[in-house]
Design a protein around this ligand. Sequence first.
Ligand SMILES: NC(=O)c1ccc[n+]([C@@H]2O[C@H](COP(=O)([O-])OP(=O)(O)OC[C@H]3O[C@@H](n4cnc5c(N)ncnc54)[C@H](O)[C@@H]3O)[C@@H](O)[C@H]2O)c1
Length: 254
Amino acid sequence: MQFEGKCALITGAASGMGLKFSESWAAEGGNVLMCDVNGDVLREKAEEIDKKGPGHALACLCDVREYTQVRAARDRAVEAFGSIDIAVSFAGGTAVRVRQVDRAKYPEFPDVPIEVFDWGLDVNLRAQLYVAHAVMGQMREQKSGLVVNIGSITGEEGDGYGVEYGTAKSGAMAGLTKSLAQYGAKYGIRCVCVSPGPVLTRPAMANMKTLVGRAADPQEIVDLILYIASDKGSFINGTNIMIDGGRGAMGHWN
Ligand SMILES: NC(=O)c1ccc[n+]([C@@H]2O[C@H](COP(=O)([O-])OP(=O)(O)OC[C@H]3O[C@@H](n4cnc5c(N)ncnc54)[C@H](O)[C@@H]3O)[C@@H](O)[C@H]2O)c1
C-alpha cells in the first residue's frame, strides 16, 4: 500500500506496460487516471482495476498528440484524485511494429508517407513534452511529483525502417529529461527516462537478442518505475535508465 492516496496519470494505459503499471499502482493503493485513444478497451480495463482496488481507476479518452486533451486529462485527474504524484508517458510505438508489418515488406524510408513520421514524432516525443507541461503546473503547486519519460534501446541503435521511432526515442529524450529535472528541482519535482530493450508486450519482441538471452516481461519494466516512484528511489533524477538485458552492451561478435 505504499502509494495509498497518490495519483498517477498514465498514457497508453489500455495496453502493454501502461496497463500493467496501472494495475500495479492500484494494487499498491494508488489512484490512476488511465489515458488512451482505444476507448472501449480502456473503459473495460479501468473498470476491472477499479473493482479490484484498493486504489481507484478512471478511464480518460485522450489523444496525447492533442495538447488540449492532455490538459483536460490533467484537470480530470486533479478533480477526481486531488493531486498528480506521477505521470508516465507510455503512449507510443513504432509504425513498423504497431502495424505488425514484416520488415522485409515494409516500404523504404523515402516511400513511407510523411504522415507516418509526423505521427511517430508526435506520439513518441512531442506528446511526452505535452504531458510534462500539463502536469508540472500542478506538481509545482504541490511542490512534489515525478515525470517519467519512456525511451527505448532503439534510440541508441537507430532504425533504418522506423526512422521516426529511432529519432524520437534518441538523445532528444535524454535532453528533455535533463531539462525537466533542472526546471523541476526547486519544486521537488523529479524527471527520469526509462528506456527498455525488447519487452514481451507482443510476441515478436522475443526475436530481439539480449545478453541475458530473452526479452523482458512487462512487469520488470513496471517494477523499475515503481521503485523510482517509491521512497527508496527518491535519489534517482535527471537520468536515462536503460533496462535492456544488456542489449546495448552487445558487441558485434554476439
Ligand atoms: N514493447 C517493447 O519492446 C518496447 C521497447 C522499448 C520501448 N517501448 C516503449 O514503451 C511504451 C509502451 O510500449 P508497449 O509495448 O507497452 O505498447 P502497447 O502498444 O502495448 O501500448 C501502447 C498504447 O498506447 C496507446 N496509444 C497510441 N497512440 C496514442 C495516442 N495518440 N494517444 C493516447 N494513447 C495512444 C495505444 O492505444 C496503446 O494502448 C511505448 O512508448 C513503446 O515505444 C516498448
